[in-house]
Design a protein around this ligand. Structure first.
Ligand code: AKB
Length: 317
């Protein structure tokens, strides 16, 4: 990757990815874009930034061309819980935004990364060690968008030779920018609540296992996949990647090693619980390991120590 444009750069992944990429490829070689402008966000004030609504295909094309971009990392999307509340808006943003990114990549002959998700699976998918290639009949609008997105990326690669690549992200845990409207957001909130209040009320039910990953592993994965030898990529548009399968009590027990008085309560949100129940417990990421060497470094123990220390440093208790 030489010159990279990131959409949705002020989101949970984008904010950290832009900083990570600027360190690797140079500040001026990473163009951050987002629908909103926030001068306090580090992605805005550490290098080039453009306001971009990804449903505006012409503007996306013009910015990408003007900056002589080699790679688009298309992150702008509506997450699972909000997409269930606003299915038409989700379809509009998630699908038209992706189509614009694909058309831009096709017209300019450049690479495109876009993430899929564990949300691309559904209740009829095997729940344990979910294979790379398996049944994908999601029951959420977000999941339908993700499956359609995986197929569209395959189509643009096969038909037009676009170098499309992607992973199925698990829930991502981080503390630089908050997640917005996802089902796995509880796993971020719990750490803030532990530091700020010493207790948390989970909207996801006890015993609900979902794949999670600490952000540094996700960022490393994006770069590693984009730099991988294309000849080795048999599943280029949506590799399962995994780090840990967690449920609320397991996270709480780990937090108690640092904050022994931490209390976890439950106030389950039926809408988000239904989404979580339709997703796998733990996915198999052997294709990503074999084809491009993915390997998550963080487990629950080292992630928890790291994130608690970071949140302590930024939150006034
Ligand atoms: C969500 O919960 O919607 C996302 C995801 C797993 O794709 N974090």
């Amino acid at each position: 990757m030489k010159r990279i444009l990131v959409t949705g750069a002020l989101g949970q992944i984008g904010t950290e990815l832009v900083i990570f990429l600027r360190k690797l490829y140079g500040e001026n070689n990473v163009i951050a874009t987002d629908i909103r402008y926030d001068k306090t966000n580090v992605a805005v004030n550490s290098g080039p930034f453009e306001v971009l609504d990804v449903t505006d295909g012409e503007k996306m094309f013009q910015i990408t061309k003007r900056y002589k971009v080699d790679v688009v990392i298309h992150l702008a999307a509506m997450l699972s819980a909000v997409a269930e509340q606003k299915p038409l808006a989700a379809w509009h943003l998630n699908m038209n935004g992706l189509m614009n990114a694909l058309e831009t990549a096709k017209e300019l002959g450049i690479q495109l990364f876009t993430p899929s998700s564990i949300g691309a699976f559904g209740s009829s998918t095997p729940k344990e060690q979910t294979p790379q290639d398996t049944i994908q009949r999601p029951t959420t609008m977000y999941g339908i968008n993700k499956v359609a997105g995986e197929l569209l990326c395959d189509y643009y690669h096969m038909k037009y030779g676009v170098d499309t690549r992607g992973v199925r992200f698990p829930g991502l845990i981080s503390c630089m920018a908050p997640p917005g409207g996802g089902t796995t957001d509880y796993a971020v909130e719990i750490y803030y609540a532990a530091i700020e209040r010493g207790r948390y009320e989970s909207f996801i039910e006890k015993g609900t296992y979902l794949d999670m990953m600490y952000m540094p592993d996700a960022l490393q994965g994006v770069v590693q996949l984009m730099e991988a030898d294309p000849k080795k990529l048999k599943h280029r548009n949506a590799y399962n990647i995994a780090a840990m399968s967690l449920e609320p009590e397991v996270i709480a027990a780990e937090i108690r090693k640092h904050i022994p008085t931490f209390v976890l309560d439950y106030k389950v949100d039926p809408a988000r619980q239904a989404i979580a129940d339709s997703w796998p417990n733990a996915i198999d990421d052997s294709a990503a390991r074999e084809e491009w060497g993915f390997h998550a470094k963080y487990d629950l123990e080292n992630m928890t120590s790291d994130i608690l220390e970071k949140i302590r440093g930024k939150v006034k208790v």
